[in-house]
Write a protein that binds this ligand. Structure first.
Ligand code: MN3
Length: 202
């Protein structure tokens, strides 16, 4: 059994003008596809073959760099595509909104903290909104393709929203202006999906 590159739940140009079609196409067909192919190669014939990606990452030997980098890359991008949509943006409602207010004071407080985590990540990595068991929310950032479900990485919660801040995610359109890309991301966040992730994770 091997992992397959998932289709995007929208077309490459769906997130324009916030995230451009060319970036989305390269990101999906080259970067995510590369992680998927290399993950399959790294687990083939090992005890990890046949396990789910969650099982592989939660039980990961962090010295296994091929699976750490490519398994993380596979998982992180699967989540990333799903938490965006053409009619995204706005703010969450219901239990998730209440949990955001509890943890960050307000939606603006959340936005500031998430923006700092994404902007403050030196080099390549991710910013995450994670849910702990019981429902408490926490923001963290991880380097490279590390993911909070890996042992000893990030806040230890389960990621429900993630933002890729590798240059490949924004450089064609935004060049070095990572803050503009982060600001634009808030216009495409699929809060209904994030709420679904929250309900599963808590
Ligand atoms: Mn990426």
């Amino acid at each position: 059994m091997s992992f397959n590159l998932p289709d995007l739940p929208y077309s490459y140009d769906a997130l324009e003008p916030h995230i451009d079609a060319r970036t989305m196409e390269i990101h999906h067909t080259k970067h995510h596809n590369g992680y998927t192919t290399k993950l399959n190669a790294a687990i083939e014939g090992t005890s990890l073959e046949g396990k789910s990606i969650e099982e592989i990452l939660t039980g990961l030997d962090m010295s296994n760099t091929a699976v750490r980098n490519n398994g993380g890359g596979y998982y992180n991008h699967c989540l990333f595509w799903e938490v965006m949509s053409a009619d995204g943006g706005g703010s969450p409602s219901g239990d998730l909104a209440a949990a955001i207010n509890d943890a960050f004071g307000s939606f603006e407080g959340f936005k500031d903290a998430f923006t700092k985590a994404a902007g403050g990540r030196f080099g390549s990595g991710w910013a995450w909104l994670c849910a702990h068991k019981g429902g408490k929310l926490e923001i963290c950032s991880t380097p490279n393709q590390d993911c909070p479900i890996m042992p000893g990485v990030g806040c230890g919660g389960h990621p429900i929203l993630g933002l890729d801040v590798w240059e490949h995610a924004y450089y064609l359109h935004y060049q070095n202006r990572r803050p503009d890309y982060i600001e634009a991301f808030f216009n495409v966040i699929n809060w209904a999906k994030v709420a679904e992730n929250y309900n599963s994770a808590k």
